[in-house]
Design a protein around this ligand. Structure first.
Ligand code: AMP
Ligand code: MG
Length: 534
């Protein structure tokens, strides 16, 4: 099943953005109940296992303070799930910490070193150029999470960048990562957003912001590449041991633990990619530095959900070759995992006993990706079609529908959501066929589909209920995201951002009052490209 998110309750806003954000002297807004808050109230209980790794894994440095930090949002449910007090986070002292103006007790701020292939070109040193890992906290689920400030100032890895983030991309990452979590997709999350009271120069002059990101870890394929490229096998091994202990503890018991690690990452990435595809999600920048070892979606840049189904869809303005187009995403992931296998090769060879055996082990691991991805995608497609048994021809039936959707510019999310109603009986067909330029293209497909449904034993009503858990009503539609970002950036109006967060936090529920969020952009509202804007 497509898993439901754990944190689907609505997010509370503790403070409202203040319009006088450019005044460096203006105080941080705090609710009256919190004023005079005890400095020691903000307790993170940080642990710092990454800081215990050798010094060459990172650069120690504090975030760079900003002129006038103001809170935009604290994610209350997420804070509670991490054992953090949301009110303390929203206090004066809390906001100072979230802006990087003050270092929390127990934090050991670091910028992580990593490398990466960007659009196929290897860069031996990337690293956190605008982020500080503050430390790790234990979630109530028993999982260790990184808390990272993104946009928190220059680091030794900044290259030519300013170390900062603009408000728009910070809010985009907030909305889309929280939507992914609610949709049940493994993802980094947003704990808070603050504005800095400073401007950042991009294509234009924009308000600056800092995002507090929560991740199972910030280990990337590119982190392994960093050590491998330097011939630092000891570093690679230490990193692999750390990744096993943190994400794949069962691999430690395997006969070949490093092979088991590679298998584990491949398995999780195959399932992650299947989930993206089943939701019409396009990441946009699937570079190896944006491919997480824990199997989470990470680094939301020019990402978006498709509207009209088009397998060749590309959103990123810099992806001119379509390298990271929708239909190429699984290939791109496989390519990235091949780079991981390459980086792990020295330890795989040592473990296997010979170069030949190590290579064979890497190839064997990589060969599992395709079948795992396809099995997960096909199982998901069956659920979307209301097929809860498996028959030969199911994949073909799904493919046929997708091809007709492409030819008829049918909205991906809405077609599958309305198909849930059609799953109860032909009365539901009307809504689906209306989405096809030629409604007859749906009708002729539906005839075959209904024949297949007769082989299922569930009632129409049960089928509809199950289908609805596989096909959301609400995704963060790009024009809605853009409108929310524009209002925030241009008019310091965060109402639409709040509304959209509420909409995407319960994606599988029918909420007729929110119908305008469930429908595709009108032609004049269409946003066909998103920019890095980083
Ligand atoms: P991304 O495209 O966000 O995955 O970033 C790729 C690399 O560029 C990473 O090493 C980032 O830390 C770095 N980077 C992105 N934006 C900035 C910035 N404004 N200042 C410094 N480094 C940046
Ligand atoms: Mg990145």
């Amino acid at each position: 099943m497509v898993k439901r998110g754990h944190f689907v309750a609505s997010n509370l806003t503790l403070h409202v953005f203040n319009k006088s954000m450019s005044s460096p002297d203006a105080p941080v807004i705090g609710s009256p109940a919190l004023s005079g808050c005890d400095r020691d109230l903000v307790r993170f209980g940080f642990e710092n296992t990454y800081a215990r790794l050798p010094e060459r894994f990172y650069a120690r440095l504090d975030p760079t303070p900003v002129a006038a930090p103001r809170l935009v949002k604290v994610n209350v449910e997420l804070a509670l799930s991490l054992g953090l007090d949301p009110e303390a986070l929203a206090s004066v002292r809390g906001v100072e910490i979230l802006a990087g103006n003050s270092v929390a007790e127990g934090a050991e701020p670091l910028a992580l070193a990593y490398a990466g292939h960007q659009f196929g070109h290897f860069v031996p040193q990337l690293g956190d150029g605008r982020a500080n890992l503050l430390g790790e906290v234990m979630g109530r689920d028993g999982v260790r999470y990184d808390l990272q400030l993104k946009g928190s100032g220059p680091t030794p890895f900044s290259r030519r960048g300013d170390g900062r983030a603009a408000l728009g991309p910070v809010l985009r990452e907030y909305i889309v990562s929280e939507a992914m979590a609610a949709l049940g997709v493994p993802t980094t999350r947003a704990l808070a957003a603050v504005t800095t009271g400073e401007r950042v120069l991009r294509e234009t002059d924009l308000p600056g912001a800092v995002l507090t990101r929560v991740a199972a870890s910030h280990l990337r394929v590119g982190t392994f590449q960093y050590f491998a490229a330097q011939g630092d096998t000891e570093g690679t091994r230490k990193l692999a041991d750390y990744a096993i202990a943190r994400h794949y503890p069962e691999a430690a018991q395997a006969t070949h633990p490093y092979r088991a690690l590679l298998d584990g990452v491949i398995f999780r990435q195959a399932h992650l990619l299947a989930q993206w595809m089943l939701l019409g999600f396009i990441h946009g920048v699937m570079n190896t530095d944006n491919t997480s070892i824990s199997g989470e979606t990470i680094d939301y840049g020019p990402c978006a959900f498709m509207e009209a189904y088009d397998p060749a869809m590309v959103f990123s303005s810099i992806d001119r070759q379509g390298r990271y187009s929708y239909s190429n995403q699984a290939n791109a992931a496989h390519w990235n995992l091949t780079r991981l296998a390459e980086a792990l090769l020295p330890v795989l060879v040592q473990e296997a006993g010979s170069e030949e055996a190590g290579l064979a082990s890497a190839y064997e691991a990589l060969a599992a990706f395709g079948p795992q991805f396809e099995a997960a995608r096909d199982a998901g497609l069956r659920r979307k079609l209301g097929l809860f048994t498996e028959r030969e021809g199911d994949a073909g039936l799904a493919q046929d529908l997708l091809e007709r959707m492409a030819a008829n510019h049918a909205d991906f999310t809405l077609t599958f959501r309305r198909l849930c109603d059609a799953g109860a009986g032909p009365e539901g067909d009307r809504g689906v066929r209306a989405l096809f330029a030629d409604p007859g293209a749906y009708d002729s497909w539906a005839t075959g589909w209904r024949r297949r449904l007769e082989e299922e034993s569930v009632s129409g009503r049960e089928r509809t209920a199950m289908m609805r858990m596989a096909s959301p009503a609400f995704i963060p539609r790009n024009h809605m995201v853009e409108a929310a970002l524009d209002a925030a950036v241009e008019r310091q109006d965060f109402q639409r951002f709040e509304e959209l967060l509420d909409v995407v936090s319960r994606p599988y529920e029918d909420r007729p009052e929110l119908a305008r969020y469930a429908t595709p952009a009108r032609p004049e509202e269409c946003v066909s490209q998103t920019f890095c804007g980083t």
